[in-house]
Design a protein around this ligand. Structure first.
Ligand SMILES: C[S@@+](CC[C@H](N)C(=O)[O-])C[C@H]1O[C@@H](n2cnc3c(N)ncnc32)[C@H](O)[C@@H]1O
Length: 391
């Protein structure tokens, strides 16, 4: 596969009405905040477009270093290293195509870039809008497709999602048969697999996310794929270290392993809301609203985890259940510019009980996160699982 031809589509303002208004400045009330938000959104889109060029730099690094080898070292390499580089090249082209498809509809946002002559993906110019560090977020997003939407990810999903699903179904055994839907909220929903799993089991499931990487990607995989295994991806291609076999880094995954549209019926309810959890939901209109709140690898994303617990308490119905699964790897720990309240589970549990929850089904469960079995290096979290009932 040498060249991938690309199709640039019309912009789709699906998610971003407010930012779209910036193109039509009839709205005088556009706030500075919206402009920053719009800029940030644009940065994220640019990052998807830049995948090819970012990886070309990586490819060049590998090739250049290979030249350093003495001829006999090169020739005596047991494996054909040049072949490995070719495979890497192939994988990043496939990944680049996938990244491009996710954001293909947003190209109108860059009137300053001349794309009129671009036919092939490899000819895309570098979009200077992306922020330093965003490429690593994009790489994580590709791994998240492995976790949520590939067959290989099933083993990891079973470690966490299965426990949650079973617990919720036991708590609400009539979810499928009842006329009234149980309202379930999943803040920090990532690529939405658990939201879909719950919706397909009769719950009115709503995912919430604030990352544009996740929002764009989940929209693509949930709403825009037509068939099972439609896309091939190589989420671990750029990890050259910790490999037992040459081919391990080129582990192929096909996504999606299920097509939500084929499974969900008209009666099922599944939705996604963009925005920061506390800002969107900790307000009176949601007080005592949710039958259940599911936090999976989420509570440690807070600056102050107690704010999350307060919000969960207020918006959950009395006798509703909060199900939590995950570690306490506080995301803002060691960032001096950010507040970070790093409580132990012991402290958290005390706060949760004092707040007015009864903790049930508490257990520890080992789980990996975005981990390929072919990687020599991996991290196992000893995750906290519990159900807390609002008294
Ligand atoms: C570690 S990931 C877990 C994703 C998913 N629950 C899973 O188990 O795969 C945490 C997610 O929460 C999102 N997130 C973090 N803080 C958030 C906030 N305050 N509001 C909404 N989403 C948030 C992040 O963007 C990220 O996708």
């Amino acid at each position: 596969m040498d060249q991938i031809e690309i199709e640039i589509k019309e912009m789709d303002a699906l998610y971003f009405d407010k930012e779209y208004a910036i193109y039509h400045p009839s709205n005088n009330e556009i706030l500075q905040k919206d402009i920053h938000e719009f800029q940030h959104f644009k940065n994220v889109i640019a990052c998807f477009y830049n995948y090819t060029n970012d990886m070309k730099i990586e490819l060049q690094r590998i090739k250049t270093h290979f030249q350093v080898l003495k001829p006999e070292q090169r020739n005596n390499l047991l494996m054909n290293y040049e072949e490995r580089i070719k495979k890497f090249d192939y994988c990043i082209k496939k990944n680049a195509h996938f990244c491009f498809l996710i954001v293909a509809a947003y190209v109108d946002m860059f009137p300053e870039m001349d794309l009129s002559q671009v036919t092939y993906l490899s000819d895309l110019p570098y979009f200077p809008h992306a922020q330093h560090g965003d490429i690593s977020k994009l790489r994580i997003t590709l791994k998240q497709f492995y976790r949520d939407w590939s067959l290989q990810g099933q083993a990891e999903r079973d470690q966490s999602y299965k426990l949650i699903i079973d617990c919720l179904q036991q708590f609400y055994p009539d979810a499928r048969i009842k006329n009234v839907k149980y309202q379930v909220l999943l803040p920090g929903a990532g690529l939405g697999r658990l939201v879909f799993e719950l919706a397909s089991r009769g719950f009115a499931a709503q995912g919430n996310e604030f990352s544009y990487f996740m929002l764009l990607s989940s929209h693509f995989i949930i709403n825009l794929t037509q068939k099972k295994n439609q896309y091939e991806l190589y989420p671990f291609a750029n990890n050259f270290c910790n490999r037992l076999c040459e081919n391990d880094q080129f582990e192929q995954v096909k996504v999606p392993d299920v097509v939500p549209a084929d499974i969900l019926t008209e009666n099922d309810e599944m939705s996604f809301v963009a925005g920061e959890f506390i800002i969107v939901y900790h307000q009176p209109k949601y007080f005592n609203f949710w039958d259940s709140i599911i936090t999976c690898f989420f509570i440690d994303t807070a600056n102050n985890v107690l704010e999350y617990i307060d919000a969960i308490y207020d918006i959950l119905k009395t006798k509703g259940c909060w199900i939590n699964f995950g570690p306490l790897e506080y995301h803002f720990a060691n960032q001096f510019s950010e507040t970070s309240i790093e409580l132990s589970y012991e402290d958290l549990k005390h706060y949760i009980q004092q707040k007015g929850f009864e903790i049930k089904c508490e257990q520890m469960q080992e789980s990996t996160y975005n981990h390929s079995k072919l990687d020599q290096k991996y991290l196992i979290y000893n995750c906290i699982f519990f159900m807390a009932i609002k008294k």
